[in-house]
Design a protein around this ligand. Structure first.
Ligand code: CDP
Ligand code: MG
Length: 686
């Protein structure tokens, strides 16, 4: 018996019906190793009971430790039990890496090609087809699908996975699915009674899954939905804390790693760091220290792991560690849940993560920034748990036990701390208002006001907060509304081609220009070839054009070398070109000609950018500082910008970065006159 309800007395009894389970063999055959693995997962024992519960309930909350088999197995069980019907099973993931890697795993388990029976859909990348029945989707993608199919009628079952992360998109779905379920039930009942025989709408099943979740809260939200618990298999993890607090977590992680490496038996090491920069710097120091070790010591294989890492490099993390080597994985919190890394016996936890924060008060505009902060207790437990997946493990926390005790219990939901601009626009397109939707946790009214203000400034909403035709067009683009506004503005200036090139680069998950702080001089001289006097946006465009010109004649390895010489991130370019295709086809759909081009003329491009970036702009002050045009902060131009140290009358920028100063990154210089008339006029009296 492996499924029971938590709290109180066990609410249901389940038998382990071996015979029945075996009769549900899948295409990969009962004897294949993957099939054996499937059968040994903790969730397999409760398979039939689980199906029965889901069949009987509209909403099911499923809890279970990571690795128990929820994400990979539940969709397959539903399919095997015929519960997808004519529709599909969607499984949402907060992170795109998780969606793509899980789809690949499940396709392998079923012995099918990825994109056939099992597929995935994440922003700018979709691998699925007409016969896809199980689809792993990023939560953001499913929100976008809502805009074209408000009842999500293609799906019979929607599984909200990793719901405890409470991303803005997942919260949005949690709220929307509740009303969609009611509407679909009514439509289906109507159909049964013969009211609308043409209707193809079937009832919707909702499954909410997580390793750690405030199950009661989710259950209450969904009319006291059934809570099921999969008993997992977790090996003991011995936890160590530092005796005194550490000042430099990267340095401490380095030392802790070599203590393990030199003193402890074999087993891979997983180090949790807040972000890519720390990962890259620690990777370098570990490699250089490892080189100096005596030959008798096992070699170290360092594998970085963060959201924007290309798939080819991710494969290394999941493949078996070569013999006589110790793998050292340097990861952000993407390795905390969702992903299974084999071989890990030791975890080093720096206790830090990056968190998206919305800084409305300081900036006056609508900005998200990433700040390094302490993790929560929930994260610390998850991180430690990674060491006990395959056997007993060890977790070394680089903070004191007292510090652990003082950590916050869990993270505030994203809806309480992120920019709501895109969500407000999406809801407006669905004919709803953020204020009236029933969320699990309602958003902060100040964030709603800031989002409405931004949308009004860029012309997506009118003076009575009504959706404008321009706003509807903005929502068609799979990018932030202000970027969509820039693309739409380019139409009037006849430079859509150039603008889309730049917006594609800005929408990539990593930046085009590598910024290595100790090589800034070399970088500046390599970049001088592309440098545009107006700043970073047109410099980016020059770099992209130079790359494409070079790529026409050069082979793969010389392209790579060229990028290295010019400190350009080739991965960003590849991603941007894919994004560009999508933006071009969106232009086609909304009646914009993406071919419109104003080669070698900067004004149209900068004018278009000013329209979307009006809230992200600053004016030079008499004392030489820059002050936000709409906001009160004094900002500095980031040292990595082509305009660093320059004094120009006005700047527009892509983002603000908070370190010891507020830095504007991705900066262009524009004449002040460009700001005239780019915001709508206030109606009388407001
Ligand atoms: O969702 P949950 O954490 O309960 O487990 P899962 O993601 O369904 O994974 C169940 C098991 O499948 C893991 O413990 C791994 O053994 C295996 N798995 C894998 O080897 N590779 C993946 N990409 C995903 C899962
Ligand atoms: Mg999972």
């Amino acid at each position: 018996m492996s499924l029971h309800t938590p709290r109180k007395k066990p609410r249901i009894h389940f038998d382990d019906d071996e015979g029945l389970r075996k009769s549900h063999s899948t295409s990969s055959g009962p004897s294949s190793p993957l099939q054996k693995q499937r059968e040994q997962l903790p969730i397999a024992k409760g398979r039939d009971a689980l199906i029965r519960e889901i069949r009987e309930n509209d909403v099911t909350i499923l809890l279970g430790e990571t690795g128990s088999g929820k994400t990979t197995q539940v969709p397959q069980y539903l399919l095997e039990a015929g519960m997808a019907g004519k529709g599909m099973v969607a499984v949402t993931q907060p992170r795109r890496v998780a969606a793509t890697s899980l789809a690949a795993r499940v396709a392998a388990e079923r012995g099918v090609k990825l994109g056939s029976l099992v597929g995935y859909s994440v922003r700018f990348d979709e691998v699925c087809g007409a016969d896809t029945k199980i689809k792993y989707v990023s939560d953001g993608m499913l929100v976008r699908e809502l805009l074209s199919d408000p009842l999500l009628s293609r799906y019979s079952v929607i599984v909200l996975d990793e719901a405890h992360e409470r991303t803005l998109r997942t919260d949005f779905l949690i709220a929307s699915l509740k009303s969609i379920q009611v509407k679909r039930k009514q439509a289906a009942d109507g159909k049964r009674k013969g009211k609308s025989p043409s209707s193809e709408i079937n009832p919707l099943k909702i499954i909410v899954m997580s390793a750690t979740l405030d199950a009661e809260k989710f259950s209450r939200f969904y009319h006291n939905a059934r809570i099921l618990y999969v008993k997992g298999r977790q090996h003991p993890v011995k936890i160590f804390h530092t005796a005194v607090s550490q000042t430099d977590y990267v340095e401490s992680a380095l030392r802790a790693f070599f203590q393990i490496h030199l003193d402890q038996p074999p087993g891979d090491v997983l180090i949790f760091l807040p972000g890519q920069e720390d990962i890259e710097s620690l990777e370098k120091t570990i490699i250089s220290h490892a080189k100096r070790l005596p030959v008798s010591v096992t070699n170290v294989l360092v594998c970085p792991m963060y959201a924007s890492l290309p798939p080819s490099q991710q494969a290394r993390i999941f493949s078996a560690t070569p013999s006589k080597m110790r793998k050292c994985i340097l990861a952000t919190n993407i390795a905390e849940t969702s992903i299974t890394i084999p071989g890990v016996k030791y975890v080093i936890d720096t206790g830090k993560c990056k968190e998206k924060r919305y800084l409305s008060k300081d900036t006056g505009g609508g900005f998200d920034t990433l700040l390094t902060r302490d993790i929560t207790k929930a994260s610390a437990l998850q991180r430690a748990g990674r060491a006990g997946r395959e056997g007993p493990g060890f977790c070394f926390r680089l903070y004191t036990e007292e510090a652990f005790n003082n950590l916050a219990a869990s993270l505030e939901p994203e809806i309480r701390r992120c920019s709501l601009t895109q969500s407000v626009l999406e809801l407006k397109c669905l004919g709803q208002d953020l204020e009236t939707v029933e969320f699990m946790d309602p958003p902060d009214i100040n964030s709603v006001i800031a989002a409405l203000k931004t949308l009004w400034i860029i012309g997506a909403l009118g003076n009575s907060n009504e959706l404008t035709p321009l706003g509807r067009q903005m929502a068609s683009f799979p990018v932030e509304p202000y970027l969509a506004r820039i693309i739409l503005a380019s139409s009037a200036h006849g430079c859509t081609s150039e603008v889309i090139d730049i917006v594609s680069l800005l929408s990539s998950s990593s930046s085009l220009f590598l910024d290595i702080s100790d090589q800034r001089d070399a970088i500046a001289s390599a970049r001088s070839k592309f440098r545009h006097p107006s700043g970073d946006h047109l410099t980016m465009l020059n770099a992209l054009r130079a790359y494409q010109e070079m790529a026409e004649t050069e082979n793969k390895s010389s392209r790579k070398e060229w990028c290295k010489q010019h400190f350009l991130n080739e991965r960003t370019i590849a991603e941007a070109l894919k994004i560009r295709d999508q933006l071009r086809s969106t232009c086609g759909r909304v009646g914009l000609d993406w071919r419109a081009s104003k080669k070698d003329s900067e004004e149209p491009v900068l004018r278009s950018f000013t329209v979307g970036l009006v809230q992200q702009s600053a004016l030079l002050q008499p004392d030489g500082s820059y002050k936000q045009l709409m906001g009160h902060s004094v900002v500095k131009i980031h040292p990595g910008s082509t305009l660093a140290d320059k004094k120009v009358p006005a700047i527009i920028f892509d983002e603000l970065v908070y370190t010891n100063h507020i830095y504007a990154r991705g900066v262009s210089s524009v004449p002040r006159s460009y700001f005239n008339g780019v915001t709508p006029a206030l109606p009388n009296g407001s």
